[in-house]
Design a protein around this ligand. Sequence first.
Ligand code: IVH
Length: 662
Amino acid sequence: MNAAARVKELKEQLAHHDHRYYTLDSPEISDASYDALMRELKKLEAEHPGLVTPDSPTQRVSGTPLDKFEKVTHRQQMMSLANALDEQEFIDFDERVRKGLGADAVDYTCEPKMDGLAIELVYEAGDFVQGSTRGDGVIGEDVTVNLRTVKNLPLKLTGEGLPRLLEVRGEVFIRKGDFTRMNERLVAQGEEPFVNPRNSAAGSLRQLDPKITAARPLSLFVYEVGVVDGKRFASHRQKLEWMKEVGLPVNPRRYDTQGVAGVKEAWEDLLRQRHELPYEIDGLVVKVDDLDARARLGQVSRSPRWAVAWKFPPEEMEATVEDIQVQVGRTGAITPVAWLEPVFVGGVTVSRATLHNEQELRRKDVRIGDQVFVRRAGDVIPEIVKVITSKRTGKEREFVFPTECPICGSKVKKEEDGAIARCTGKHCPAKLAGRIRHFATRTAMDIEGLGEKLCEALVDSGKVKTVADLFSLEVGELMTLERMGEKSAQNLVDAIARSKATTLRRFIYALGIPEVGEATAKALAEQFRDVKKLMAASIEDLQAVRDVGPEMANAIHGYFEDPDNRAVVEALLGAGVNPEPPEAPAAGTFTGKTVVLTGTLASMSREAAKEEIERRGGKVSGSVSKKTDFVVAGEEAGSKLKKAQELGVKVLTEAEFQALLS
Ligand code: IVH
């Protein structure tokens, strides 16, 4: 074969594998084989420069830094979407649509609202020739060279009879996993991490040096077409399917629905899955499916009448820092906390946000009086993302980190890496209150009604000196506490008594042994089956337990060496606490098997899938190795799926997994 033919073949093969890898998330060859093809192409191109074409996969990064971006006038305006902020606003939208069309029920196609940056791509007879930002909708900026570096953007479309001119619209974004890895890399290099995926995607695309953009893990989804010459579509769904066919990355997550009820179901479903999706979204885009109907509805100012963005509750909001105080946790760790003017974020009202530790506080430079962005995503603790420095007035005050514990006055000692500062007081009431609170928590002893404030009151009044003292509390003495009536005192005493019948895993977790979380507590309970045996275990015995490493084994051993801790456990058992050992695991479908979950499962959450596997005797692991028995691959499975294929590990589709469960 001559060089020209081989180059053509290599280009086609590499484009095919890029598509399999970046768009379909289903690679056919290993990284090494891919690299070999790429090397061969580079070598041939170096020997025959005349064979280098712009659509070659070697040319994704090309050109020198620009002085500025050229302006691009969009052939057709890039519109923006009107928002629906609640159900009523969506009902109103639907009513306008139905009225406009004289229809009873409308077919809607719903898509996740990607939280990225809108772009337009122009293809001529299948070749990618230009890409631009949305700009003001009429004029954008030419970011062609930067867009070429986006790995799942096809430089050439596939198939016959491609339109002479095709404009597609979509969104450039950064996946959550890529974002975390990128930030870890930046921090390791001593650079400032990015605040969120959206900002970093926008910033990356608008780099004048395409090499910088190429180093950023940008992704693309397309969702609309603009001008198209030589192709007609009847519906949005048809258009999406066609874009997929010619190799463009279309989000596989889509709801084909009808009417308000159908859309509402889709909205609720997507909201439930929001945090499990591999990218950030801020709502559901609802579009009239029929394109003739769209034409009849038209647009108002810059938004179409045929689509709306039904937003999710915001996860980031502006707030004022009214004060900064420190909290002392059960391990003595001192955490600075920002007290905020209450804001509604992530679906709840938030008035405090963690600042994690002194380093974080300094890095973010949060001051009392600052305007900040607060974020609360899912069940995670609200945190401050960034100070809005442009809103500083000069009246803000810096927080002085204490050198003494604000509760007991003992010295504060910083750990070696400098991140965590701890109170050194052995009898610090804050630590004790924290330990009691942890003991009572839902996933530990589950003592209803024993909240933070009450724990503090019990410690301050001297009624409780160790968690074992809880079991001798009486109604009468509880009633001497502030705001404690007879009824609530009785309820608390009952709740404490009920907690005596518990499981060994809960009991071990409740003790608050350093390093021991719920999973380790479970493993320890299964291994030792009796707390006395756990107390007597040597470091070697402990290390033999699944997932227990040397550091953790030392921590557990050290905990039980302390006579005070042993006395507390004895006192708890003496008070009638009766931790039930776990049932011997029943033989099940997954007995003795290690399973890795990857991608998004449509039918259940990852947590639920994990529980199902564990109930059937299996173990769920986070990474794929030769020891993995199965990989369950959901939608958009990525590198783990690839690794499984490389190692020859059995891959189950969601349907196959479901079949094994039932
Ligand atoms: S369609 C006229 N679909 O939301 C309709 N937009 O204000 C054009 N967006 O600028 C947009 N996900 O950046 C559409 N699935 C989706 C989208 C989406 C995110 C963004 C887009 C646009 C903004 C609307």
